[in-house]
Design a protein around this ligand. Structure first.
Ligand SMILES: Nc1ncnc2c1ncn2[C@@H]1O[C@H](COP(=O)(O)OP(=O)(O)OP(=O)(O)O)[C@@H](O)[C@H]1O
Ligand SMILES: [Mg+2]
Length: 306
């Protein structure tokens, strides 16, 4: 059976702010600890990789950020240019075609082209041969945009495969799409939180990925887990209607206990629902009360992927 660590390409997505970048970084360290050479790519983002890896700010060019880990923040216009140059093989021809106001505005206005430029670049890094014929990276992790945009990004190669006439663009999209659909090669990782709304959105996202696109969800990472302080009966009794207010003796503590019990109940229900409705393996990441600020926490989270 393929495990999370065996893939060549990882697509990490989920709702905004749930911890995608944190999880992508931890997954990178976990793969690197197994001796793999890993590239992590942000998508034209206000990137956080550099602060998590305690490295200088990232640009479009790939730089090393830790042992066996490289990173880049893909700029779609530059990715497009690289792709154009690769196909046209000449800067002069490229300039003649692309350095044109109309062509540029066509690209900006054509939905999905910039997304495909970023996804395609990340994919290309997973398959490109180095001079000795072996791919330079064992794994590429794409820290994809949040839910809707992440889905749009994955829709592009499918649309190209479905509607674009045969040619270079379609050939590359076909190769990429074949790899994305192969669960032994591609890991689709959804990051979520143990709460109602994020779980709803995760179930919808998973549905769209599997039914609409025919992809497999390889892993669900539930981020921000709080350690339960109360048993289920204690929670029930703390949450039972009562007459205590914060003004009465002991009321503040009881109210705090009730708030905590409510959060624990929501978390327990969210986990149970994810367990019932999604068969993909789950990884649970604790909530760090001081936030995730650097390599120390990211290394700890990486061990969760063992
Ligand atoms: N397990 C955790 N415990 C505490 N704080 C966390 C945890 N995971 C992430 N955070 C914090 O939550 C915030 C968002 O995390 P992160 O940037 O990884 O999310 P994201 O999904 O990539 O966000 P965006 O959608 O904006 O790209 C950050 O401030 C991070 O420090
Ligand atoms: Mg992010």
């Amino acid at each position: 059976m393929t495990t999370l660590h065996d893939r060549r390409f990882y697509f990490v997505t989920g709702k905004g702010g749930v911890g995608k970048t944190t999880v992508a970084s931890a997954l990178a360290l976990s793969l690197a600890a197994r001796g793999k050479r890993v590239l992590i790519c942000a998508c034209n983002a206000k990137e956080r990789f550099s602060s998590l890896f305690e490295a200088p700010p990232l640009g479009h060019d790939v730089v090393a950020v830790a042992e066996n880990v490289w990173a880049a923040n893909i700029d779609p216009a530059r990715a497009m240019e690289e792709y154009g140059l690769m196909i046209l093989r000449s800067r002069t021809v490229y300039r003649a075609v692309f350095d044109n106001r109309y062509v540029r505005s066509f690209f900006r206005a054509t939905p999905g082209l910039y997304e495909w430029a970023m996804l395609g670049k990340a994919w290309f890094h997973a398959v490109e041969p180095s001079p000795d014929g072996a791919p330079p990276y064992d794994a590429v992790i794409l820290d994809a945009p949040a839910t809707g945009h992440g889905l749009d990004m994955l829709r592009v190669p499918k649309v190209i495969v479905d509607v674009v006439p045969p040619g270079i663009l379609r050939r590359d999209a076909e190769r990429a799409w074949e790899m994305f659909r192969d669960e032994r090669q591609t890991g689709v990782v959804i990051v979520t939180l143990p709460e109602d709304m994020p779980v709803n959105e995760t179930l919808e996202l998973s549905q769209a990925l599997t039914s609409e696109l025919g992809l497999h969800v390889s892993e669900v990472v539930v981020n921000g887990m709080i350690p339960p302080l109360f048993s289920a009966p204690e929670r029930a009794s703390l949450l039972a209607p009562r007459d205590v207010t914060e003004g009465t003796p002991g009321g503040v503590a009881v109210a705090a206990g009730a708030r905590r019990a409510l959060r624990e109940r929501i978390q327990a229900e969210a986990i149970a629902r994810l367990g019932r409705e999604l068969s993909a393996p789950k990884t649970y990441v604790p909530l760090y009360f001081g936030g995730v600020n650097g390599l120390g926490e990211v290394r700890e989270i990486a061990r969760r992927f063992a």
